[in-house]
Design a protein around this ligand. Structure first.
Ligand code: AOS
Ligand code: ZN
Ligand code: ZN
Length: 428
C-alpha cells in the first residue's frame, strides 16, 4: 500500500527528538516523586489500541448536508489505505472495524492481504439493518430484527449471519449489532412484543456465532426512532445480553445516553456483571453528536478509563473492545481520527497515574475532597511526552498531524481519487 515514506517520518521527528527526550525525562522525575515508574506506564500505554471504523475515514454529514473533502476513499481498499496512514503516524490504531454492506468486496482474502500490508488487522464486524439496500426484498422502514413481519425479520437475521461469515474470512472475532428499530409515536409499537421479537431474532444470530466470538449489543436512546427505541438503554441491552448468553455483551457508545447520564457508572455496573463488551468513543454536547473523542468533555473520558483501570488493578477479568465512532463534518477525517486515538490513549495513560492505594484509603475514610483531588491530580498531569515517546518507539510521528500535513498525502490521493466517485460511509 502506498502510505507515507519512512524517510518523511524520520525527517519530521529529527528536529524534535531532543525535546522529547528532555520532556520525557522531566515527566519521569515528576512521576517518580509520586512513586510512579514512567517506563512501566509507557509499556502499558504502548500495548493499548483502539479500532478505526472503516466509515470514519470518509466525511460524515448530517441529514441536512454532507460536504465531502478532497480525495475521499472510493472503496474499502482506499479506506484501508487511509487507516494504514493513521496507524503509521499515530501508532494507536492497529485494527479496523468493517461495515457491511458499505465495505463489501469481491475477494475477502485480497482484502485481508491488503490490511496486512498496511499493518492492520480486523476488529468487530458491523451489520446494517437500519437502511435499505438496492434490490432488497423487504424494507426496514418499520424495523428490522423487531419488525412485525416475520419475513423482514428473517432477512435482517440472514444479513447478520452473512456478516459473521465475512468476519470469519477476515479473522474478526465479534459482531456489533446496532438497530434503528423503534417508534416515532406513542402507541405505534407494542413495547413488550417488540422486545420479544428482538430476542427471538437475536437468538438466531447468537446461535450462529463461532465459539470464540462475541456479540456486542449497542443501545441508543433515540434516532432514527425519536419516541422510543427497542434497545434504548443499558438496562434493555443488559436484559437482552443476559437472555442470549455469555457470548452476548453490552457495548457503550458514549453518545447514546440521555443527557447527564453518568456513563462511567454504567461502565462500572457492566464490568461488575461481566457484560461490558466495549466502547464506541466519541464526544457530544447534546445527543449522538459524534464529535471527536474528548473534544468537549475530556474529564468524562478520563473517568471512564478510571473505571477500567481500577477494575484491572483489582484483578477483574474483562476484555473491552475499543473503537472510535465519530462523524467528521468539518475536519480531514485522518487528522480527526489520529487526534482522537491519541486522546483516548491519553485518557488511559492519565487513569494509570491515579494513586489507587491513596484513593482506596480516602474512600474508606469518607474523605471526599482527597478522593476527588487524587483523580484531578492524575487528569491534570500532562502526559504528552510519554505519548510522544510511545509513538517514537513504535516508528510513528512525534506530532502526527504536523507530519501528515507535511507529507502531502491528502493532495496526492486527491489526484488519484476523482471527486465524482467520492463517498464515505455516510451519516452515522
Ligand atoms: C449509530 O448511531 C451507532 O453509533 C453505530 O455504532 C454506528 O455508527 C453504525 O452502526 C455504523 O455502522
Ligand atoms: Zn456507535
Ligand atoms: Zn451513534
Amino acid at each position: 500500500m502506498n502510505l507515507i515514506s519512512a524517510d518523511a517520518i524520520t525527517a519530521h521527528n529529527e528536529p524534535l527528538l531532543r525535546h522529547v527526550r528532555n520532556d520525557y525525562e522531566h515527566l519521569g522525575e515528576q512521576l517518580a516523586r509520586r512513586h510512579i515508574d514512567i517506563d512501566t506506564v509507557r509499556q502499558q500505554v504502548a500495548a493499548f489500541g483502539v479500532a478505526i471504523p472503516s466509515w470514519g475515514v470518509g466525511t460524515g454529514g448530517t441529514r441536512f448536508a454532507r460536504f465531502p473533502g478532497q480525495g475521499e476513499p472510493r472503496n474499502v481498499f482506499d479506506k484501508l489505505q487511509d487507516c494504514g496512514v493513521i496507524q503509521q503516524l499515530a501508532r494507536a490504531t492497529p485494527t479496523v472495524s468493517l461495515h457491511i454492506p458499505w465495505d463489501k468486496c469481491s475477494d475477502w482474502s485480497e482484502l485481508r492481504d491488503a490490511a496486512a500490508s498496511a499493518g492492520l488487522a480486523f476488529d468487530a464486524m458491523n451489520s446494517n439493518t437500519f437502511s435499505d439496500q438496492p434490490g432488497q426484498a423487504h424494507s426496514y422502514k418499520f424495523g428490522s430484527l423487531t419488525h412485525t413481519d416475520a419475513a423482514t425479520r428473517a432477512q435482517a437475521v440472514a444479513h447478520n449471519l452473512e456478516c459473521i461469515e465475512i468476519g470469519k474470512a477476515l479473522g474478526s472475532k465479534a459482531l456489533t449489532v446496532w438497530i434503528g428499530d423503534g417508534s416515532n409515536f406513542p402507541g405505534q409499537q407494542h413495547f413488550r412484543r417488540a422486545f420479544d421479537r428482538y430476542l427471538e431474532s437475536a437468538q438466531q444470530i447468537y446461535a450462529a456465532l463461532p465459539g470464540d466470538w462475541r456479540m456486542m449489543l449497542e443501545h441508543k436512546i433515540c434516532e432514527p426512532a425519536f419516541y422510543a427505541t427497542v434497545i434504548q438503554d443499558w438496562g434493555s441491552s443488559f436484559l437482552a445480553a443476559q437472555t442470549l448468553g455469555p457470548k452476548a455483551q453490552c457495548l457503550v457508545d458514549l453518545g447514546h445516553h440521555a443527557p447527564n447520564v453518568n456513563i462511567e457508572l454504567i461502565v462500572a455496573r457492566l464490568i461488575a456483571a461481566g457484560k461490558l463488551a466495549g466502547f464506541h468513543f466519541n464526544d457530544s454536547k447534546y445527543g449522538d453528536d459524534d464529535l471527536d473523542a474528548g473534544s468537549v468533555s475530556p474529564y468524562r473520558l478520563f473517568l471512564v478509563f478510571n473505571e477500567l483501570v481500577a477494575a484491572a488493578h483489582e484483578g477483574v477479568a474483562f476484555d473491552p473492545a475499543y473503537m472510535l465512532d465519530q462523524s467528521h463534518n468539518v475536519t480531514d477525517p485522518i487528522e480527526s481520527l489520529m487526534t482522537s486515538a491519541v486522546q483516548v490513549q491519553r485518557s488511559y495513560a492519565q487513569a494509570l497515574l491515579v494513586d489507587r492505594a491513596a484513593l482506596d484509603a480516602a474512600q474508606d475514610a469518607n474523605d471526599a475532597l482527597t478522593a476527588t483531588h487524587l483523580l484531578k491530580q492524575a487528569f491534570q498531569t500532562d502526559v504528552t511526552p510519554l505519548l510522544q515517546r510511545v509513538r517514537l518507539d513504535a516508528g510513528g510521528a512525534i506530532d502526527p498531524v504536523a507530519a501528515y500535513r507535511a507529507s502531502g498525502y491528502r493532495q496526492r490521493v486527491a489526484g488519484e481519487r476523482p471527486a465524482a466517485a467520492g463517498g464515505g460511509g455516510g451519516i452515522v
